[in-house]
Design a protein around this ligand. Structure first.
Ligand SMILES: Nc1ncnc2c1ncn2[C@@H]1O[C@H](COP(=O)(O)OP(=O)(O)O)[C@@H](O)[C@H]1O
Ligand SMILES: Nc1nc2c(ncn2[C@@H]2O[C@H](COP(=O)(O)O)[C@@H](O)[C@H]2O)c(=O)[nH]1
Length: 434
């Protein structure tokens, strides 16, 4: 594990308060026993620039991720190909992206569960998917299928808005018996997306997802969900609130999904409301940056040294230097919040925001797994006097997540092509001054 606390001088994590026992941590090259596991619909993103008429003609809706049938997918693909509109093709899928990005950041193992074609020919979509996934992402548990993986036509409009048209192939054919209990039992987190329950009634993906959740609950592994798009949530907000309350510990969403879920358009209030159902919330808000909300132990809450921020909850960031805990692990839980503006104000030019939110989630997962790793290595450390969920404070996780989003925005693919620089050139100045 590339341990986040090892970053030097200008850093994201509090190395100045380094625990003396950290010296006992084994060297990075040794095999670590900390990983995350995610389930996804195996998808390749096919990106194209289109006009509004194109979106309308294929019965799509801007900003939405819709499943289309084979005939429509073929017609759409033919039109994109004939008019040479396809600009990029990448491995995609919101959780596949997150597992890959986690492995790049942590330089360590993530496990991806899903389907893969039993027979793969060079140059095929399945081949490209495998080639474009980090070698640290363990694909050994993928279930073979006799058919195609999914295609996600990522259609970018002139205003930069993305519309997803999903041609599912056999992406929803993951069966419950293909979920390995031991892999989930030993993981630092089980990562899911709201898309997984959007499958036809006869497809097994939903049951496979519920099987994975059952194993996670049995072994006390935090369940993380990312909401996908607001349309998946709007249709049944109450159902999702109940689902979160019953099954999920950590929620990742953007401000639109937050509004669909809670009715609150203010991301801070949406995150606060979501804490009624889950223990920790990451809410990205495009050019507004990102918010985190969570619980900590009253006795251990830590005051920020940053300016106090105004908002719908006055001075909401006053305890943002606190580390997150699950509510049930607290004797006296208090809610804590943090916010950060986009790193460097965001890139000069954003081609599209594909994967920026997934990148932020990968950073949070890295911090959670680093905490687990540290607990395994140095169980009697003062850092584990309570059962913390994160290694770092909310403020530090925000900084890290935000920095990773910036990296994704600065490249074309939703998957990181390389890790963050070991050392930023003077992070503090760079952070506040353009
Ligand atoms: N237009 C933008 N300007 C600056 N930063 C942005 C912009 N869009 C996104 N970001 C950064 O990327 C992060 C995630 O973006 P967002 O669009 O909210 O994610 P998602 O892809 O889940 O919708 C934000 O928290 C912010 O740091
Ligand atoms: N597993 C699924 N992934 C999907 C679906 N529709 C879109 N996507 C993927 O989302 C990312 C972009 O993520 P974002 O955080 O920027 O919104 C992209 O790579 C798509 O592959 C879906 O139905 N299922």
């Amino acid at each position: 594990m590339k341990f986040p606390g090892k970053r030097k001088s200008k850093h994201y994590f509090p190395v100045s308060a380094r625990d003396p026992l950290l010296a006992q941590v084994k060297t990075e090259s040794e095999q670590t026993n900390a990983w995350i596991v995610g389930i996804d619909q195996t998808l390749v993103d096919i990106e194209a620039r289109v006009d509004d008429d194109f979106i309308r003609r294929y019965g799509l809706s801007q900003g939405h991720s819709l499943v289309i049938d084979d005939a429509k997918a073929e017609a759409l693909y033919q039109e994109l190909t004939q008019n040479q509109l396809i600009t990029h093709q990448f491995a995609g899928g919101t959780i596949g992206n997150t597992m890959h990005n986690y492995s790049v950041l942590a330089d360590d193992r993530s496990v991806l569960l899903g389907v893969m074609c039993s027979s793969i020919t060079p140059g095929s979509y399945a081949y490209r998917y495998l080639c474009n996934t980090s070698s640290r992402t363990d694909l050994n548990y993928l279930q073979g299928v006799d058919g195609a993986i999914g295609r996600c036509f990522t259609l970018i409009s002139d205003n930069g808005e993305r519309t997803f048209a999903i041609s599912p192939g056999m992406m929803n054919h993951l069966r419950p018996e293909s979920i390995p209990e031991a892999v989930i039992a030993g993981a630092s987190a089980l990562v899911l997306s709201a898309y997984l329950v959007r499958c036809a009634p006869e497809e097994p993906m939903r049951d496979a997802t519920m099987q994975a959740i059952a194993y996670a609950k049995k072994h006390n592994v935090p369940v993380v969900i990312t909401l996908g798009t607001r349309y998946v949530i709007t249709e049944q907000a109450q159902w999702w609130q109940d689902f979160l309350r019953d099954n999920v510990d950590i929620l990742a969403m953007n401000e639109e999904e937050g509004e669909a879920l809670t009715g609150e358009s203010d991301p801070l209030l949406a995150a606060n409301r979501a804490l009624d159902w889950v223990d920790l919330v990451l809410c990205t808000a495009g050019p507004v940056g990102l918010f985190m909300a969570g619980y900590t132990e009253d006795e251990n809450k830590r005051k920020t040294q940053h300016p106090l921020l105004p908002g719908a909850i006055a001075e909401f960031n006053q305890y943002e230097f606190s580390r997150a805990m699950r509510q049930n692990d607290c004797v006296s839980p208090v809610r804590v919040f943090s916010h950060i503006a986009p790193y460097m104000g965001g890139p000069e030019k954003i081609m599209n925001t594909n994967g920026a939110g997934d990148g932020a989630l990968a950073a949070l997962l890295h911090d959670i797994t680093a905490n687990n790793y540290h607990r395994q290595q140095v169980p009697n450390s003062s850092k584990h006097s309570r059962t913390w969920l994160t290694y770092s404070s909310l403020a530090q996780v925000c900084k890290y997540a935000n920095r990773v989003s910036y990296q994704v925005l600065n490249q074309h693919s939703p998957r990181l092509t390389r890790g963050l620089p070991e050392r930023e050139d003077s992070l503090e100045e760079a952070y506040w001054e353009r």
